[in-house]
Write a protein that binds this ligand. Sequence first.
Ligand SMILES: [Zn+2]
Ligand SMILES: [Zn+2]
Length: 352
Amino acid sequence: MSENTSAPAAAACPRCREPVDGHRFCENCGHDLWLRRGGAARAPSGPCPGCGANGTNTPNGFGVDEAGEDYCSTCGIRRDDGTEHIEADLGQVAGVSDRGLVHAHNEDAMAVGVLAAPDGQALVAAVVCDGVSTVDAPELASRAGADAALERLLHPSGPDMSKAVEEAADAVAALVDGSHGHFRNPPSCTLVAAVVDPGPEDGVSITVGWVGDSRAYWLAAPDAAEPARLLTVDHSWATEMINSGTLDAETALADRRAHAITRWLGAGGEPHPEIVTIRPAGPGLLLLCSDGLWNYYPGAEELAEVALSTLARGGPVAVARELTTIALNAGGRDNVTVVAVPVGPWDERGTP
Ligand SMILES: [Zn+2]
Ligand SMILES: [Zn+2]
């Protein structure tokens, strides 16, 4: 599944199809005509892949069993809820989120968006969340967190990273209020969010905020003024032990608690983000990812080598696909989500 929408040259509102007259908001339905979003799952329609039943035997086509699974009420196989493999391509930003080869569900979520006046430069925002797999319904946490953060980053009043993370944390916490006590271990997730602001006056700036161990990388060519590097510092047990000088890296990483996260959104968590802003001097690629990628491929220089050559061939969606494929080929032991944002000046073929 791919959402490929070109820039709105719109003579008609994409939501209600009424003619529009150059204003930002559709006068008929209120749709924001400058805003494009992607990254949500869409449940596939059509007959059951197991038995061919057309699914009209229950009100919504398919039943839900005690574990909350979608299943075919004719043959009983579990239906893909649309999260197994998601692709989003908005041109200036693209992402792939995949269940991987081992986990039963995709508990990662991504949300990407572009805000651009018809003749203006685009503001790009992206969020990746990774549901904590030991809690109930982690996929609800990651979806709610990603959506709330993106909404705030593309708010008409301008991007505000600390508010975006705060609102994501509120959205995850609100899942408990809506659950009527059904969660024994309330949903929680990590978050990494970024906004790329073209900043007509003082040049492009990239602001990254994160909670937990999902990562952002700046990927640039080896000879770039601003070298490829990891922009985030994992909020994980091992990283905190190493950075505080309590343990050496080898000992910390060998501990079974090494990958336990120390901050998260949701119950019992420490939702305070760290936030960094960089102003790249030359072209590069901003990469957001869950640990399903970086557990296999942690090095910024190695990521840059693959990502920049792929970008030149196929744009950001090719980068997201290629890095996802690398994680799957390496074992795909976790859900993997990769979002790529080329930061100019690049020409149409992705060449600086
Ligand atoms: Zn409309
Ligand atoms: Zn069936």
